[in-house]
Design a protein around this ligand. Sequence first.
Ligand code: G3P
Ligand code: MG
Length: 252
Amino acid sequence: MITKPSRWPWPRVLAHRCGGALAPENTLAGLDVALHHRCGVEFDVMLSADGTLFVIHDETLERTTNGRGRVADTPDVVLAGLDAGVSHHPQFVGERVPRFTEMLTRCTALGLAMNIEIKPSAGMDRETAQVLAATLAQAALKEPPIVSSFSEEALAVFAEASPATPLGLLVEAVPPDWEARCRRLGAVALHVACSAVTKPLAMAVKRADLWLATYTENDPLRAVEQLGWGVDCVITDRPDLINPESLGLGAA
Ligand code: G3P
Ligand code: MG
C-alpha cells in the first residue's frame, strides 16, 4: 500500500530515455546530460533472451544499435557488446546498451531520480514485471523510483510483487475510464501523451487526487502552460530547453 505524498516527489522535469535528444537514448551517457540540467530520468527496460533486464526501447536492435534481431532473442553477452552510441553521433561510439542494474547503480551514485518504464517485448509482460520487482527488491533503494508502463498486465503483476513502489499508468490517447484503470492498478499517476493533455483533463486528474505527467513535450511554452494547469511532471527530449531552472522551478 502506498501513502501518496501531497506533492510530486520526483523532479518536475524528466529527461526522456535518459538524455533526451542530446545523447544516445537509454544510455549511461544520457545521465550526464540529465544531471547537468538538474532533471530526473525516464528510461525503458526489456528482457534479454537470458531473462536479464536491459535498458532499451525498441523490441529490435537495428534502430539504436549496431546489432540485428529481437532483444528477446539476444543473449546478454551479445547485447552487452553492442554499440548504442554511434547511430546517434560518432562522438558517442562505444556507448553500450546498459544492463538495468548498471543503470540503477549509476543513477543512485549520481542522485538521479528515476522513472522506470516497463517495456515488455511481445508476450513478456508478466516476466518483465517480475524481474523488475525482484531486482528493485534486491537493490533496496533509499529513494523509490516511479514505475510506469503502457502494459496494464505488467503494472498489475509488478504491483503485486512490489506494492510499495509508486506506479504510473501510461496512455497515449486518454481512455474515458482512466480513473477506474488507475484505481484498479493502485497507480498514483497518469502519464499522458502531451498531444492529449488539456486543462480540463489536468483539473479532473487533480480532482481524482492523482498525479499527472506528460510526454514527450519539447516546446518550453507548452511545458509552462501544462505546469500552470497542474501537470506535475514534464518528460522531455530537450532538457536543455525544459528544465527546472528554465521553468523557474528551483532544483525540483
Ligand atoms: O514514459 C514516457 C514515454 O517514454 C513513453 O513512450 O515510447 O518513448 O517509451 P516511449
Ligand atoms: Mg519510455
